[in-house]
Design a protein. Sequence first.
Length: 311
Amino acid sequence: MKDIPARTSKAPAAPPSRVSRSRRRRLLRGWGFLAPLLVLNVLVVVGPSIATIYYSFTDWSGLGPATFVGLANYTRAFGDPRLREALLHNGIWFVLFLSVPSAMGLLGAYLLSRIHRFQMLFRAIYFIPYVVASVVNAAVWKMLLSPTNGIGHLLGEWGVPGIGDVAFLGNPATSLLSVNFVVNWHWWGFLAVIFFAAMQGVDPQLYDAAKVDGATEWQQFKAVTIPGIRPTLVFLSLMTVIWSLKAFDYIFIMTQGGPAGSSELVSTLMYKVAFSDYEAGYAAALGLSMALVTAAVLVVYQYLRKKGWEE
């Protein structure tokens, strides 16, 4: 007799109604966890954003009713000399804030990668300026740059020529550069630590191969290190660009855009327009314009990513 194959017993399939109820229950549970975050975003992001768009088309003092004026605020912005000067300062700030801290951060990270003793100590020292509150940093540096009891006055008493009693923050020729120096000092250590972490992921065999080919330290840095950390370098460059567009705290605390508007940025100009001139509608138009510039930067970044610029 032929052996009769044993029948494999299969578990009965769940009814479709039970499966759909289980899927619906999981979906509702997921949306339940997301609901608080969505409500928070609507209250603090979406709502104010819609209000900013609306008020940018109005003549509004910040209190009371708003009068719709169409594109008048944007037309005014094109002819505003204060805005043109602030945009020029933003351009100078952008170039310095992007180039100087990035170069210093790459150099600091490279030097860190070449030492083994006290490496953690130097990383902590690099990072300290970034973790200290910007208000504290700005207040301390404002005292250090004082023409009467600051660092320049002390060096002048020691005989250093050309620096004694210089009003770094009170001179229109040096105010913007002085604040930018402080911000670069605050920012470069953070970049150095992040770049150093990225350098740890570069394959050491690539350096060995470069040494066999006779590459110098500088050639290894250009041909191995920079390509190896390019995604981190591009991302941090993007964040530096965005943060340069919204710079406010150091300028406001140290100079408030002065003297005579010599260190005015668009962000500090918006604050003054809204809370000193009581032209909140015009300030909303300026803020929305800067938001569009930031969005354009993000679009360019995404386009370059699709083109493989990070690879």
